[in-house]
Write a protein that binds this ligand. Structure first.
Ligand SMILES: *Cc1c(COP(=O)(O)O)cnc(C)c1O
Length: 495
């Protein structure tokens, strides 16, 4: 098993090289040169395992130079119950009825699905540093629109030979998300607000990455820069696990017969989560279609329908902010999987860079439609779905999950398709209290952490402990920097 770049398939990398480098030097993304296969017997065996054991079995197939013992140690620590996750199943499934299941990926320390990968990545990364002989300390820079920042801080907190610095847009995250970040503990962490929006923070980080002077200064003091964004294969791989696991779990529970087709419906932004589902399908899990759900930023819906990717359109700030994105980086990996051609991918990415648009060949468009369904909905329908489902079944969902569920209802109404489907639930509703309370018809919202209690009272559901614990936590980080001053923050942290 070796890895290649989507833009140059001629060079071979080991898994640990791919994880340490993050992004290939040619600008492409790393991916495995072949996809390991799961047989019927493998799936049967997986059905009898715990989540942690499934993680070892699946990840081992992609990580040749890691032993099962090493991976078992990482899985035990990353997915520890109750130290890290508050449910014995790690990723419990709520079955609304026999054809609709919610896979809850938000029982980890930061209450969003990013924990599934960012609890594992630090173990994979520090081991990869050892395996590649890299002796410098890694400094992880993150620009976040909310969920990634906190999940990365929690994952890398006090991990040896790592430092992490998170930049978030000063007025672009929810109050709860901001509190989660500025109260973060740990000796190796830093958090800084950026004056501006998410794009300003992201541009600032990219500028730091390409600042050769800063890089060589850092190298002299024993540091190198890396990223915890979903372009890193070390973030995609742990996500494949829960697609395999959920199928096996439904079989174990007797809700599915081994071999039955199962669809997945995924609220999508950067295409990292749903791409992992695509890998599970290609490994041989009987996945039918992957329904790619978007909010008003529906660039992917149009792409799947027409084969034209066009980011030249207005950007909307929605109530599902983690899906507010017009450049879905991980789509590049899908284009390589479907075309098998680094030249084709390079051409599409050049067109995207130069014109903001590309159109795939009819063959690739057909291949996309073979595996993917799509749908989108705006904020009003998202709120309506949250309210309706809660009134009907007392099941409380967050705004991102509600986008996905709405897209699934639309698809079923339009086609009559009744394939059993897992809706991938990506965040706790308590991370987005204001929108969820609005959906439940509440007009006067309390401020600060009081809003968490308000949602508990209105819904009768208990908030996750890490969010309840925000009350009374001391603010550790108050720095705010202009985009230009971000490099100075990095230098200051590493002095
Ligand atoms: C990040 C995120 C998404 C989007 O996931 P991608 O991998 O970027 O497609 C959806 N929902 C929530 C709550 C998120 O944090």
């Amino acid at each position: 098993m070796y890895y290649i770049s989507t833009r140059d398939a001629s060079l071979r990398y080991t898994a640990s090289e791919a994880i340490v480098q993050g992004l290939s030097r040619d600008g492409g993304l790393f991916l495995p040169a072949s996809i390991p296969q799961l047989t019927r017997q493998d799936l049967e065996a997986l059905a009898g395992m715990t989540y942690q054991q499934r993680a070892v079995a699946v990840m081992k197939l992609y990580l040749e130079e890691f032993s099962s013992e090493e991976l078992a140690d990482y899985a035990a620590r990353a997915y520890a119950v109750p130290a890290k996750f508050d449910d014995a199943a790690v990723t419990p499934i709520f079955s609304a009825h026999d054809k609709t299941h919610f896979l809850e990926l938000w029982h980890g320390p930061t209450c969003a699905f990013k924990d599934m990968a960012l609890q594992m990545l630090p173990h994979l990364l520090t081991a990869s540093l050892r395996k590649t002989g890299e002796e410098k300390t890694v400094c992880i820079l993150v620009a976040t629109s909310g969920d990634t920042g906190k999940a990365a801080l929690e994952g890398f907190c006090d991990v040896e030979r790592t430092k992490i610095l998170v930049f978030y847009p000063k007025d672009g995250v929810s109050e709860i998300q901001q509190l989660q970040m500025v109260t973060q503990g740990g000796k190796n962490v830093g958090v800084c607000a950026v004056e501006g929006n998410f794009d300003d923070a992201q541009t600032g980080v990219k500028r730091i990455f390409s600042d050769e002077v800063l890089r060589s200064q850092l190298a002299k003091s024993g540091y190198f820069l890396s990223s915890a964004n979903s372009i890193n294969w070390g973030r995609v791989l742990p996500q494949i696990v829960y697609y395999v696991s959920a199928y096996c779990e439904l079989v174990r529970q007797g809700k599915l017969k081994l071999g039955d087709t199962l669809n997945y419906c995924v609220p999508t932004g950067n295409f990292g989560n749903i791409l992992a589902g695509c890998y599970a399908k290609r490994m041989g899990v009987p996945v039918g279609k992957l329904l790619c759900a978007s909010n008003a930023n529906n660039v992917l819906t149009d792409f799947i329908r027409t084969g034209v990717y066009d980011r030249n359109r207005p950007f909307y700030n929605t109530i599902s902010p983690s899906m507010d994105i017009l450049i879905s980086s991980n789509l590049e990996r899908l284009l390589y999987l479907l075309s098998g051609s680094d030249e084709a991918v390079k051409g599409y990415m050049r067109a995207l860079q130069e014109t903001g648009r590309y159109e795939v060949s009819p063959a690739i468009r057909a291949a996309v439609q073979e595996s993917f369904l799509c749908g989108c909905c705006g904020d009003a329908r998202t709120l309506n779905t949250i309210g309706q489902v809660f009134r009907h079944s007392r099941y409380l969902m967050d705004t991102h999950t509600a986008v996905a569920y709405t897209a699934l209802m639309d698809h079923r109404a339009a086609t009559g398709d009744d394939t059993p489907t897992v809706v991938v639930s990506t965040a706790s509703p308590f991370k987005f209290c204001d929108s969820v309370l609005t959906a439940l018809g509440v007009q006067e919202l309390r401020g600060g952490v009081d809003i968490i209690e308000q949602l508990e009272e209105v819904s009768g559901c208990a908030a996750p402990a890490p969010l309840r614990a925000l009350r009374g936590r001391a603010v550790r980080f108050r720095d705010a920097a202009s985009k230009e001053a971000m490099a100075g923050q990095v230098a200051a942290m590493l002095r």
